[in-house]
Design a protein around this ligand. Structure first.
Ligand SMILES: [Zn+2]
Length: 349
């Protein structure tokens, strides 16, 4: 079937691609899905521009895409919760149900997890896919396909806010106003934060951040120190939580500076190389440090919050392309236009 294929680093093509793997066979507890909307993720772009992410190396042509929504077109014989015609979004990582990590409730860190568009597993920038019922979530009528394709990045923010153990009235700092920083801001507010400061170097991104909620304050890191600003606004105390969502070693080195005593730092941004952080600054605060890797079973919560209006991701969707324009879409995403947050690709229906 016609798919967006990363042939090798820097080379994409939209071409017929035979998927004859066993995962395309409909098992009794699988559903076949007609894809509708697929978001372009930073990781997809990184595979395109670098050919690898850490230990995951593209060694053979691979279909990109993992942030998706669609419609159920066929169900396996033992499927009970989904029917043909249901609108759904899909969690892209499939763990081994019998693994120790899964049984401990943290299947996202299962080394055996199979995740779309992570070599050697194909992604879903293609007309159809087969997916387990257990990782396919039905959409309420008022959640659109484009919002539903935002559930995957949103899940990262919701998992981060969960790990932070946000309490009502907390003050949070988010370093980085990219898609993950912004969904984390929305998740932190939905979890009860009174105020969220978002720091970034790009003014346009800060404007988008502030447009999401009156409880979000943008801080231009080129002009103002986030630590000084937060201390000035909190009588010198600091913030309760810092979410690091840049993946920049420079930002990570300063991650404890705005933090109040007893506060929590959540490391979200990927760090391909070892970094140093100020352990002394962490110590004198008795800071709690959490690390997250993707998410574990938060898709239903994300869908529920989109449906209720507790979280609105629509302003984050800044550009849409047709499937035919996929290669151009990736070239555009790789150029990282400052006014864009999330770009999406719509498949023909
Ligand atoms: Zn993603």
């Amino acid at each position: 079937m016609k798919s967006l294929v990363l042939e090798r680093k820097d080379e994409l093509s939209l071409r017929d691609f035979p998927i004859e793997r066993e995962e395309e066979v409909l098992g009794p507890r699988d559903v076949r899905i007609k894809l509708h909307t697929v978001g372009i993720c930073g990781s997809d772009v990184h595979y395109y521009t670098h050919g690898r992410i850490g230990p995951f190396v593209v060694e053979a042509p691979m279909i990109l895409g993992h942030e998706a929504s669609g419609t159920v077109m066929e169900v396996g014989s033992e499927v009970t919760t989904l029917s043909v015609g249901d609108r759904v979004c899909m969690e892209p990582g499939i763990p081994d149900p019998n693994s120790k990590a899964t049984r401990l409730g943290m299947y996202n860190v299962d080394p055996a997890v199979r995740f779309w568009a992570t070599p050697p597993v194909h992604g879903i920038l293609r007309p159809t896919c087969v997916h387990p019922e257990a990782f396919t979530f039905k959409l309420p009528e008022n959640v659109r396909f484009d919002e539903a394709a935002m559930v995957e990045p949103l899940a990262v923010g919701v998992h981060a806010a969960t790990k932070a153990r946000v309490k009502p009235g907390d003050i949070a700092v988010i370093m980085g106003a990219g898609p993950i920083g912004l969904v984390t801001a929305l998740a932190a507010l939905a979890a009860g934060c009174a105020r969220v400061y978002v720091s970034d170097l790009a003014e346009k991104k800060l404007q988008i951040a502030e447009s999401l909620s009156p409880a979000i304050t943008g801080v231009d890191a080129r002009k103002e120190s986030i630590a000084q600003r937060v201390r000035a606004d909190t009588d010198g105390w600091g913030c309760d939580i810092v979410f690091e969502a840049t993946g920049s070693p420079k930002a990570a080195a300063q991650v404890f500076e705005p933090l109040a005593p007893g506060g929590c730092v959540v490391m979200i941004g990927g760090q391909p190389d070892p970094i140093s952080y100020d352990a002394g600054a962490a110590m004198i605060r008795e800071a709690r440090v959490e690390n997250i890797f993707r998410y574990a079973h938060v898709f239903p919560r994300c869908v529920a919050m989109l449906a209720s209006g507790a979280i609105d991701v629509k302003p984050l969707i800044t550009r849409k392309f047709s499937f035919e324009e996929s290669v151009h879409a990736f070239e555009t995403a790789a150029a990282a236009p400052p006014a864009d947050v999330k770009m999406q690709i719509e498949l023909p229906q």
